[in-house]
Design a protein around this ligand. Structure first.
Ligand code: SF4
Length: 353
């Protein structure tokens, strides 16, 4: 059930009102948030929202909520510490063998829980100019330990195929880079952009190309999104998923199971389930870690091993990712362990009999 169809991305509180996504009474609250954080809802996502459902999981991801202006002391503008590991504009070098290349800081939608919400948007860090790009590629070329370049942002797939081709042609000339990975919302929120020209551009580095599809609820995987993902898979692009665990959106075993199974059916290997970061004004999206652990544990017995995501936390301050699944093994001493099966029953390892 959706609202009146629109062919334009909704970018202002007035657009949301006109599209029937918010009520007149909500306008002032939404406008206050929009002054502070970017707003964009693509036509595909706007069409999915049921305004009659106050708990609609798509609306919650994209419609500004006055709670976003409540900032907690533990929240931070740069929750995963990108800036700590940024040797120059557009590059984040946190782990030895890979870098983030953030060529652009705009997105086709603005997610209300975004971990880079202080950096993205029209008022964000902007797009790298020619000089900054030269320096970024110079950095990658001069660090032979860089095996993988991850294009993120913002959303790199908002770039035109021509711009992407140019970036890929530069990576093609750096022999030690073997893997190019894109992190994107586009196949889901603007599936019509995934056409032949864009796919050619994604592959133009000649390197092994991975693409991480960001989706948080099975309803996002519309027939159009499924077709776009199919085009990417058919083109030989390796697909992995990323999902943010979000209160009131997907903090439910049935929803997560349906989403992860859908990924596998679409040839997308489930990869990361992110615990939400401490981005400003996002407390209403965060679930307790214990709840996330229980959810992930319940997926073990419920769905195929192919469909299991890895539950991770980005340690605040830029210390990188940590797997935070509940442990299923307990040391008993003398080289013995108690191992829990998917039903919660413990077994001794090595077995006594
Ligand atoms: S698409 Fe990614 S970077 Fe852009 S707003 Fe959403 S979470 Fe943030």
């Amino acid at each position: 059930m959706g609202v009146s169809l629109t062919s334009q991305t909704l970018r202002t509180p007035a657009d949301l009102l006109d599209a029937g996504l918010i009520a007149e009474a909500d306008l002032a609250g939404v406008a206050a948030v929009a002054e502070r954080y970017a707003v964009a809802i693509s036509p595909a996502m706007a069409a999915l929202i049921d305004p009659a459902d106050s708990a609609d999981p798509i609306a919650r991801q994209f419609i500004p909520d006055p709670r976003e202006l409540m900032h907690l002391p533990e929240e931070r503008a740069d929750p995963i510490g990108d800036l700590t590991h940024s040797p120059l504009e557009g590059i984040v070098h946190r782990y030895p063998d890979r870098v983030l290349l953030k060529a652009v800081h705009v997105c086709p939608v603005y997610c209300r829980f975004c971990f880079r919400r202080e950096m993205v948007g029209p008022e964000g860090l902007g797009t790298l100019g020619p000089e900054a790009l030269d320096k970024a590629f110079g950095y990658i070329a001069s660090h032979s330990e860089i095996w993988e370049v991850i294009l993120t942002g913002g959303d790199p797939l908002v770039l035109s195929p021509r711009r992407l081709q140019e970036l890929m042609a530069r990576l093609a000339n750096i022999p030690h880079v073997k893997i190019v990975r894109f992190h994107t919302r586009v196949p889901v929120v603007e599936p019509e952009r995934i056409d032949g020209a864009l796919i050619e551009a994604l592959k133009a580095s000649g390197k092994t190309t991975y693409l991480a599809v960001h989706a948080n609820h099975p309803r996002e995987l519309t027939p159009e999104a499924r077709a776009a993902i199919g085009r990417l898979a058919d083109a030989g692009i390796a697909l992995i998923s990323q999902t943010v665990l979000l209160r009131g959106i997907n903090d439910d075993a049935d929803v997560l199971a349906e989403l992860m199974r859908a990924f596998v059916e679409l040839r997308v290997r489930p990869y990361y389930l992110h615990h939400p970061d401490l981005a400003p004004g996002t407390a209403h999206f965060r679930v307790p870690i214990a709840k996330g652990q229980a959810l992930v544990k319940s997926l073990r017995g419920r769905i195929s091993g192919l469909a299991q995501p890895t539950y991770i936390l980005d340690i605040p301050g830029g210390h990188g990712k940590a797997v935070i699944e509940a442990s299923t093994i307990r040391a008993l001493g003398d080289g013995c362990y108690a191992v829990e099966d998917f039903r919660g029953v413990e077994h001794t390892y090595p077995p006594k009999d």
